[in-house]
Design a protein around this ligand. Sequence first.
Ligand code: NAD
Ligand code: ZN
Length: 246
Amino acid sequence: MESTVEQISKAINESNNIVFFGGAGLSTESGIPDFRSVDGIYNQEYEYPPEQILSYSFFKKNPEVFFKFCREKCLKPIINAKPNPAHIALAKLEEMGKLKAVVTQNIDGLHQAAGSKEVLEIHGTLHSHTCIDCGKKYTLDYVLKTEGIPRCECGGIVRPDIVMYEEGLDTSLLERSILYISNADCLIVSGSSLVVQPAASLINYYRGSKLILINKDPLAADKYADYYIHAKAGETFKQIMEYITS
Ligand code: NAD
Ligand code: ZN
């Protein structure tokens, strides 16, 4: 009797148009808390839930609190974070020509750090920032050298290039993600609670018969999966890669 990891590895071995869709759980083994954990920590320190702080109207009204939260809960954890075996395995599968794209809700840049080339960051990135008044671009390093509300040389607020709640997702990125997912022969989904929309509904565009879910906690979508495993992504990908032959 084959283990689930062996069955998943076999499905991956038989695929050459794999797409990966992931979320915050993929980076917890790199030391970056996922949303729910952040929520937990937040409850003791902040007056508002993260969804509210990371919303556009909150950012406009309370930029001090927005940037305090952003620095402590988003920027600080990513500064020294390193890719874990899940990020590394996905980069390797792309290098082998088997995986065509990573579609991620993460804003931490760890897929690129692992060597992945085709990364569609549908919620944007913390690695670049933009002045809301003149549009000048700034690096993460620039922002890290500032305190409080980061300012542009024109005086405008320098915001992270992430998609805040209440903001729309980039249409062309969404279209490219849909194209990749709808043409995929295998879709691997990992580290996402699949509750943040519209990102979560992207997996509905998959039409194949190898939907693989690797998630620590059970998901409502488990019932649609061809293979699912409740385990940590990094540990599971490490095991999977031992069986990947072609
Ligand atoms: P989520 O926090 O809602 O859900 C995370 C899921 O990952 C949970 O189901 C959990 O069981 C699972 N998980 C946790 N650790 C895991 C592990 N080691 N292996 C496998 N599964 C694991 O995350 P979401 O669905 O991505 O939605 C949260 C939103 O917050 C997203 O929009 C995301 O952009 C943002 N966010 C990003 C980061 C990041 O960039 N690393 C971190 C926190 C939040
Ligand atoms: Zn400016």
